[in-house]
Design a protein around this ligand. Structure first.
Ligand SMILES: *Cc1c(COP(=O)(O)O)cnc(C)c1O
Length: 235
């Protein structure tokens, strides 16, 4: 069985190869290791291999892991909440995470801003966009993303970083890339409207190359690093 360190190395090579192939600067795409369903021991192994940014879907599981990592003395970690958020679960997120990728309505953003403790840096946020209009999927409709982004920018304890999307798996590379490219267009529209956004969070284990080809600046990779999950983890 491949180790986490070897898997991480392979994923980094995939990211670099995709950047070379599609004319991107390899320094412009960062890697978020999605550790949901895996224990703090897996986080510690990835940390030993140089990984610092970790993504979690479930608030309770994430908070427990953040505290366990602190007890282990792991330093320099950055924790990203990437799962769907209910308004009654915002407080632990505001208190423990560094980033939230899944802001999709103003009420959630307001609560996160109100609940962010004064001693911590502003919470870094991405707005989740339902880029392919999938039914019962989280994310704001593309046409509403700019208005939500402008409202988030006005909140004192949040810092808007960009957009996140999770399109349905596509049948081939070109159609995956075309859907991701719509998110890139929206990201550029935010920039053109004067918002200083720098993060386009898209691409996972199976489609990170297409996401990078389309302009992703952060890929969120779970199973290619940690292995298969033993329970479903869509959030
Ligand atoms: C689980 C998850 C990932 C990682 O998925 P893999 O296919 O295991 O790489 C990325 N983003 C989100 C929002 C997820 O829930």
């Amino acid at each position: 069985m491949a180790t986490i360190s070897a898997n991480l190395q392979q994923v980094r090579e995939r990211v670099t190869a995709a950047c070379r192939r599609y004319g991107r600067d390899p320094g412009s795409v960062s890697l978020l290791a999605v550790s949901k369903t895996f224990g703090v021991d897996a986080v510690a192994q990835a940390h030993a291999a140089g990984q610092r940014a970790f993504g979690e879907n479930y608030v309770q599981e994430g908070v427990e892991k953040i505290e366990a990592a602190r007890r282990l003395g792991l330093t320099g970690l950055e924790w990203h909440c990437i799962g769907p958020l209910q308004s009654n679960k915002t407080r632990p997120v505001a208190e423990h995470f560094d980033w939230v990728h899944s802001v999709d309505r103003l009420k959630i953003a307001q609560r996160l801003s109100d609940q962010r403790p004064p001693g911590l840096a502003p919470l870094q946020v991405c707005i989740q966009v339902n880029i392919d209009g999938g039914a019962n999927k989280s994310g704001v409709a593309p046409g509403e993303a700019l208005a939500l982004a402008q409202a988030v920018v006005a909140l004192p304890r949040l810092r808007l970083r960009g957009l996140m999307c999770i399109p349905e798996p596509a049948s081939d590379f070109d159609s995956a890339r075309a859907v991701f490219a719509r998110a890139t267009d929206l990201f550029r529209a935010l920039q053109a409207a004067g918002l200083r956004v720098d993060t386009l969070s898209m691409g996972m284990s199976d489609d990170l190359e297409a996401a990078i080809a389309a302009g992703s600046t952060m890929v969120r990779v779970g199973s290619a690093i940690f292995g298969r999950r033993s329970y479903p983890a869509g959030g």
